[in-house]
Design a protein around this ligand. Structure first.
Ligand SMILES: NC(=O)c1ccc[n+]([C@@H]2O[C@H](COP(=O)([O-])OP(=O)(O)OC[C@H]3O[C@@H](n4cnc5c(N)ncnc54)[C@H](O)[C@@H]3O)[C@@H](O)[C@H]2O)c1
Length: 322
């Protein structure tokens, strides 16, 4: 089986590739379980692929038709579409967000559709398709109400995935991910970047600022669990999806204050005291529009799961990334 991961050099793309190599098989669009023979990582950024003959990195821009055709060849069985401009950047630069998150997603879908045997298509959407006044917790069938450009671009991407699936052009699935924490490395331009920074930086002995109030509550998931859920979303039979093709991925609801309290329990007072509270309205304006609690039914029914609690997310980061 040939798999393409767009954004394959990124945080989740590189972990997905590693997990797929370990797993060695996936189910194709005809429902057959097949061995994974090749994983292509398409990304504008340089990837450091694992040393495995099945993996190849292609440096290319998703907005460039030729790069897409070079990566997504006619023998491609699955595309995991992860490449995106993250929330803070998409809000700061409307045009780049539209170009990458929307135009390139449509071009990629059109390219897949044009192949003789279109690949299965898994699109990483986000809880940011929701915002504003919504039922608490948010049910699976809540209307999409994005309050920022990133969420709007993801919502339009979901509709494209849905409509092309409805037309029988391909088998597409959109998975609305919670905020994934703890992300290793440097802060990024996601509005939610602090949700990793307030754990990662103190554990590395570095002071950090939290730009939202301790009472701000978020819907989160660890990288380990989110990768497992992406694979569950891929493996589920087409018939298991409802009429929208979009799934609210399970998560846990935790306040930022409780995240720091969990850090304190795991690593001690001195570490937790490295978090300072400095309110930043631009970040708060985006994050506070995202719903903090969902009542997912469809995702768990497919086999998706949430982390046990935030303490286990901190411990998973220490075990996997430190
Ligand atoms: N991490 C989260 O908390 C989270 C939450 C919800 C949804 N998501 C979604 O999951 C996906 C993966 O997120 P991530 O955290 O790994 O992000 P990331 O920024 O680490 O990875 C995205 C990758 O896409 C690449 N990319 C960006 N523009 C590109 C282009 N024009 N052509 C080719 N590659 C390009 C980047 O170089 C990067 O390596 C994204 O679609 C994101 O919107 C992530």
């Amino acid at each position: 089986m040939r798999i393409v991961i767009t954004g394959g050099a990124g945080f989740l793309g590189s972990r997905l590739a590693a997990k797929l190599l370990q797993r060695a098989t996936l189910t194709d669009a005809r429902g057959q379980v097949r061995e994974i023979s090749s994983i292509v990582l398409l990304d504008v950024a340089a990837a450091s692929p694992p040393d495995d003959r099945r993996v190849r990195a292609i440096a290319g821009d998703l907005t460039d038709r030729e790069s897409v055709a070079r990566a997504v060849t006619p023998d491609t069985d699955t595309v995991f579409h992860l490449a995106a401009v993250v929330s803070g950047q998409a809000e700061a630069d409307f045009d780049i967000g539209m170009r990458v998150n929307l135009d390139a997603t449509r071009m990629l879908l059109e390219h897949c559709r044009s192949l003789k045997t279109p690949p299965k298509f898994v699109f990483t959407s986000s809880l940011a398709v929701f915002g504003g006044t919504l039922p608490d917790p948010v049910p699976d069938d809540a209307p999409v109400t994005p309050q920022a450009s990133y969420g709007a671009q993801k919502a339009i991407g979901e509709l494209l995935v849905y409509d092309m699936t409805r037309k029988g052009f391909l088998d597409g699935r959109s998975l609305r991910l919670p905020t994934v924490t703890v992300r290793p490395g440097k802060p990024n331009k996601a509005a939610s970047s602090f949700a990793s920074g307030i754990i990662r930086e103190p554990l590395a002995g570095v002071d950090t600022c939290c730009p939202v109030a301790p009472t701000t509550t978020m819907w989160v998931q660890s990288p380990r669990t989110v990768i497992d859920n992406l694979i569950v979303g891929h493996e589920a039979p087409a018939s298991a999806f409802g009429q929208t093709r979009s799934i609210n991925v399970p998560g846990i609801s935790v306040s930022v204050g409780d995240m720091v309290a969990a850090l304190r329990r795991v690593a001690g007072d001195a570490v937790a005291q490295r978090v300072r509270w400095e309110f930043e309205p631009a970040i708060d304006r985006i994050v506070s529009t995202w719903p903090a609690r969902f009542a997912p039914v469809q995702g768990p029914a497919l086999g998706m799961r949430a982390d046990a609690d935030f303490e286990s997310i901190v411990r998973a980061y220490i075990a996997d990334d430190m």
